[in-house]
Ligand binder design. Sequence first.
Ligand SMILES: [Mg+2]
Length: 396
Amino acid sequence: MRMIIICKQFVLWIFFFCCLPANREFLMLCPRLFLLINMPTEQRKIIHCDCDCFYASVEMRDDPSLRSLPLAIGGPASQRGVIATCNYEAREHGIHSAMSSAHARRQCPGLVILPPNFDKYREVSRQMREIFFDYTELVEPLSLDEAYLDVTDSDKCRGSATLIAREIRQRVKKELGITLSTGVAPNKFLAKIGSDWNKPDGETIILPEDIDAFVEKLPVKKIFGVGKVTAEKLHRFGADSCGELRQFSVFELTENFGRFGGRLYELCRGIDSRPVKPSQRRKSLSVEHTYPEDLPDLEACLKQLPELLIKLRSRLRLVDNQYLITKQLVKMKFNDFQSTTVECLSRKPDDATFRELMATAFERGNLPVRLLGVGVRFVDLLEEGKPEQLELFEDK
Ligand SMILES: [Mg+2]
């Protein structure tokens, strides 16, 4: 089947190139050919996840007293700093990213400006990616707080991309304490527009049958790559919306906008065949729990271990067989917010070793515990290129 599809694409391309110089008018009469060539060959289910004012959300999570204040993360106003992001309270005062901190401070005298803590943001980003990996291996991060997921072949949530997106939002909120907006669509272009559509803490679902109507009204400014200059040029063309842009042929657009003209021709029809390209696979898998009341001693911690291990085992069953376990680990956060991770080499994680690791971790702080985590680290055989059989958890 795949071979037939590839052959079809190949033949269509040859036909397209042969016709191009010889019979331009003919092709102008059949723009569908262009679309046919560039149509993705299968219906995809893509989710775009984007955290809401990420850096500010992490800081508000860690210090709830900041929640009601206009807050920005950026360089100090006294040293020509720039705002990286700000919360929604600050946005109401007209503060936005890339604004100079000095200007922001003048505009909103009560603005709290905190320096960024990238180590912390990277850690939250890593934890969020671990959640994404529970649904698909096809995760393409765009930045610390944004990623595309291709869940076409995922069987989680009965294979429903809508339910997967919803569950991811709920889990990120519950497990990481920040909010995320998602866009669900058959391609990357529409999924990304969707995640921005109902921010913050929102979701947008664009079904294949709704694409045409949704895109028709979409302002051209929403198309990725259409900046101020291109938008003005399109405005002079009489195309402020994607619907208006559709009246131009692929040739007219290519003549005026170069190669981007071809992209515009597709995007204003909601067509985008770019695949999700996973840039990295997971390096570890862990489950954590923050307890509503601190666990007073090691015994209380050990009592929580079986439940954590049940969750870890069920997650481990979902990873593909190219992951080889190399270590097992226990993470502990004490009530003074100091955390520690203890790990040891292990091919087959076992409960007794987890208990020992937990005892070692507890000795390091010897304080009541607010968070416990258990997990494993992997070698990725796909990256290493070493075929070896994966042995999952030792069942006991
Ligand atoms: Mg964001």
